[in-house]
Design a protein around this ligand. Structure first.
Ligand code: ADP
Ligand code: MG
Length: 841
């Protein structure tokens, strides 16, 4: 059992804009526990009542400042936890902090660079690497991905996610067994045998989460995500199985309400937006207080699921993510306070060992049989019934393997059954007789060589005997060499077959591009696998692309107008830059991998040649030995030694390149997943934008006010919801990022803005102004009654025309503004509005 308190770490996010100095300091004296001091700036502290503190100090296991990279975080925080999970202990890592402080960045990773991958992908990589190294145990890995939103659990890996909206999916519910163990109904466990498979599941879950997100359901800020790696291990022959779970938790934003900011109420107890977090705090408080017998785990789904992680059988780590900018200081202090409480909680982790009943039964059956045999022997009990066909066959197999076994100590184990003992003797006798009749072809070498002595009528002379033995040894050598050559040929043939199979698959893939957004890299995916041993590895890429493929299928049914609009949207979208950048990187990695693959193939064939040469030399020597009647020299000659050292060198080179190729493959895979995800996001945002443009077209049409029978343009109820939400946002002025975002109520608006690239000037102000510029007159107008319920291609071209016209107006307006001395509107970013985030300026 390992007793330890929950480990707490702090990570400070780099500021969005300029560095704000003097807000915090980190004291990391090696002898002392590191502490983080948050200093209230003078303008915030001023005006406070006299006893208001000006600085707050918090202790952490370690504090990672802005410059700490993802690798450092993994090495220091996650690796030790993953290590104990591999040993069989449960582990949990959870990130806690306000929206925008870097929880998702820390747990899952950034959406742009490979180097930004977070704790989950790195932990998967580490765990699978360790599993591969450890051949002493058999491991199985399963993945589950749970999202808790509004106290309801959703399975992010449920295949029905694609077809249904979040609300229609079966909810994950909690069941408790009599031993008070928690079971989650409707949460699927997916086996992952490789790192790639596990990574695919992570991205699939994230994509599902993104797709389900609407402005009404701000999944990314208001829901909790629990990615769990379930690991079982067993030693061969043992009936004991170890189970360990690793929860990697991205909590909802911890921002609070009922806080008036700086006017004296700062840092008073405020309430969480998120009810689950409130209950989490209740549990933490209860656990950190001594003598509390009741811990209110059952109040919420999240605390029930994480029951073991909090004061139970688990090694738990918390990462407090902090966005230490002036306006976030109160939230940051709350986060640190929460962490201080968490640090008081003691957990007791035990090895989760269990006896596998099936294995136990097998073992007991064997033991019973052995005991029966012994008993029969001791009591002298005789069995008279004849042995069955199956038993006879089994015995003959045993005899054959006994005879073939070169080990002089080997035994023929048939138990204490005299019928079997007799049958063995009979069978051996038969073999010997057969041998006498047919010569030494029918029985194995061992028997023939042993029986040779007995067959000879006259005793052999010592020298003749030795000669014969030498010859025999030579023959054996030759046979071995030939057998090896045969094996090699067979392997080559198999590889060729496999390769041919691969080529066919590759061909199929290049025939049907896996991605509807159609970029040339996709086709290259499979072509990489020129090295035969890589074939298996790369084949998983095909699987993966089909996983996310369906998610982007929407565009296939687009009308031409819509497609053109999509191109416009894509061009101006900030994420396009990321996608393009990643495309470039991917291209580089592909060509690097291709070159490496070629070098590997070269090294492989060189190794083959060298081995061939060595074999040839052996054969020559053996032949020489036979012709000159000499034994094969024991020491290899110089030439052979040279060949061997060359071979070793080549093998080393091969290994280095292979390791690099493997790493490249993981990187390529990750980049592709990032790109796929970005594309799905782009597509989704386009749909929302398109709907909004359709609405704008209606709003701009002269008939708008005269017609009451406004019909929703969008087809799904979900989208209607979104649309009405958009309207309400706009009419309440919610378009603007409010309150310099410490989270709270403006979260929803911020995300709505994020999803909708809004033109400049904002639609809000545009709509309010009644003065229309002459340019606006050029916008095509269409009476609203003529807009049909569903988007037909005519309507689509209208919307497209509308978009284009408005774009050109906006461009002209923006040019006009910039000519007038303002630096605004110099690029597309301004047309669409920069992505904002909570905590951003
Ligand atoms: P949260 O999940 O807490 O709401 P995110 O992880 O989404 O916050 O982070 C918000 C933004 O800040 C993202 O764009 C993310 O890439 C960026 N970010 C967060 N932490 C870091 C960091 N340590 N280094 C660089 N960028 C970061
Ligand atoms: Mg997040």
């Amino acid at each position: 059992m390992v007793k330890q308190t929950i480990q707490i770490f702090a990570r400070v996010k780099p500021p969005v804009r300029k560095h704000q100095q003097g807000i915090y300091s980190i004291d990391e004296d090696e002898k002392l526990i590191p502490s983080l001091e948050i200093i209230l700036p003078r303008d915030l502290a001023d005006g406070f009542v006299n006893n208001k503190r000006e600085s707050y100090k918090f202790k952490f296991q370690r504090i990672f400042d802005q410059d700490a990279n993802q690798e450092t975080i993994f090495e220091n925080i996650a690796k030790p936890v993953a290590g104990s999970v591999l040993e069989g202990y449960n582990g949990t890592i959870f990130a806690y902090g306000q929206t925008g402080s870097g929880k998702t960045f820390t747990i899952t990773g950034g959406a742009e660079r490979y180097s930004d991958r977070g704790i989950i992908p790195r932990t998967l990589s580490y765990i699978f690497e360790q599993l591969q190294k450890d051949s002493s145990k058999m491991y199985t890995t399963h993945i589950s991905y749970l999202e808790i939103y509004n106290e309801c659990g959703y399975d992010l890996l449920d295949p029905r996610h694609e077809a249904s909206s979040l609300e229609d999916l079966p909810k994950v519910t909690i069941l408790e067994d009599p031993d008070q163990n928690i079971h989650l109904k409707n949460l699927t466990l997916h086996q992952a045998t490789t790192e790639e498979e596990a990574l695919n599941l992570l991205f699939l879950g994230d994509t599902n989460r993104m797709i389900a997100e609407t402005p009404m359901n701000q999944a990314s800020t208001r829901s909790h995500c629990i990615f769990t790696i379930h690991l079982s291990s067993k030693e061969p022959g043992s009936a004991t199985v170890r189970h360990a779970k690793l929860h990697l938790v991205d909590l909802a934003g911890s921002e609070r309400v009922a806080k008036t900011g700086v006017g004296g109420h700062l840092l008073t107890e405020a309430k969480y937006i998120n009810l689950s977090l409130h209950y989490l705090e209740q549990v933490i408080i209860a656990l950190s207080e001594k003598h509390r017998s009741h811990i209110p785990y059952r109040n919420s789904m999240m605390t029930s699921v994480l029951r073991d992680s909090l004061g139970g059988n688990c090694m738990t780590t918390m990462i407090a993510t902090l966005s230490l900018e002036k306006r976030n200081l109160d939230e940051s202090i709350s986060t640190c306070r929460f962490a201080q409480r968490v640090a008081l909680i003691k957990n007791e982790a035990v090895l989760n060992e269990e006896i596998d009943p099936r294995l136990m039964i097998k073992r007991l059956q064997k033991e019973i049989q052995e005991l029966k045999d012994e008993l029969a022997m001791v009591t002298g009990e005789q069995r008279t019934e004849a042995l069955t066909e199956a038993e006879l066959l089994q015995l003959e197999k045993l005899i054959t393997s006994f005879l073939e076994d070169q080990d002089p100590e080997s035994r023929l184990e048939v138990g204490a059954d005299m019928r079997k003992v007799h049958h063995c003797f009979h069978h051996l006798k038969k073999l010997l007789n057969d041998k006498k009749i047919f010569g030494n072809n029918t029985v194995s070498n061992t028997v023939s060589s042993e029986s040779k002595d007995q067959d000879c009528q006259e005793p052999l002379k010592e020298e003749e005997y030795r000669k014969l033995r030498d010859t025999l040894k030579q023959r054996d050598n030759e046979i071995n060499i030939l057998v090896n050559m045969l094996k090699k040929e067979k392997k080559k043939a198999q590889e060729a077959l496999h390769l041919a199979g691969m080529d066919r698959r590759e061909f199929r893939h290049s025939q049907s591009p896996p991605f509807p957004l159609g970029n040339p890299e996709e086709g290259q995916r499979m072509r990489l696998s020129s090295a035969p041993s890589q074939a298996q590895d790369f084949s998983t890429l095909g699987n993966r692309s089909s996983l996310l493929h369906k998610k982007t299928g929407m565009r296939e049914e687009m009308s031409l107008g819509r497609q053109e609009a999509f191109e416009i949207f894509k061009r101006d979208h900030a994420d396009s830059v990321t996608i393009d950048d990643n495309k470039q990187i991917l291209k580089q990695r592909f060509s690097e991998a291709k070159a490496l693959g070629e070098s590997i193939n070269e090294a492989r064939s060189k190794i083959g040649h060298l081995k061939e040469e060595i074999t040839q030399r052996h054969i020559q020597q053996v032949a020489l030995g036979i012709s000159e009647n000499m034994a094969v020299p024991l020491m290899p000659d110089q030439q052979e030694e040279k060949l061997r050292s060359q071979l070793e060198e080549e093998k080393r080179r091969y290994k280095t390149m292979f390791t690099r190729l493997k790493a490249l493959k993981v990187e390529i895979e990750h980049l592709q997943l990032l790109m796929d995800k970005a594309k799905v996001k782009l597509q989704k945002e386009f749909e929302v934008w398109w709907a909004e443009e359709a609405t704008n077209l209606q709003v701009n049409s002269p008939a708008v006010n005269s017609l009451n029978h406004t019909k929703p343009f969008l087809q799904t109820s979900d989208s209607q919801h979104q649309q009405s939400q958009l309207f309400s946002n706009k009419s309440s002025g919610g378009w603007e990022v409010q309150g310099q975002g410490t989270g709270r109520f403006d979260v929803c608006d911020v995300n709505a803005r994020k999803i909708l690239p809004s033109p400049c000037p904002s639609p809000h102000s545009q709509k309010q102004s009644n003065t229309s510029t002459p340019l606006e007159d050029s916008i095509p107008k269409r009476p609203m009654s003529s807009i049909p319920l569903t988007g037909d291609s005519q309507t689509d071209s209208d919307i497209l025309a509308f978009i284009k016209a408005r774009q050109s107006i906006l461009q002209k307006q923006c040019k006009f503004t910039s000519l007038g001395g303002s630096s605004r509107a110099t690029g597309h970013q301004h047309l669409w509005g920069a992505h904002s985030e909570v905590g951003g300026e």
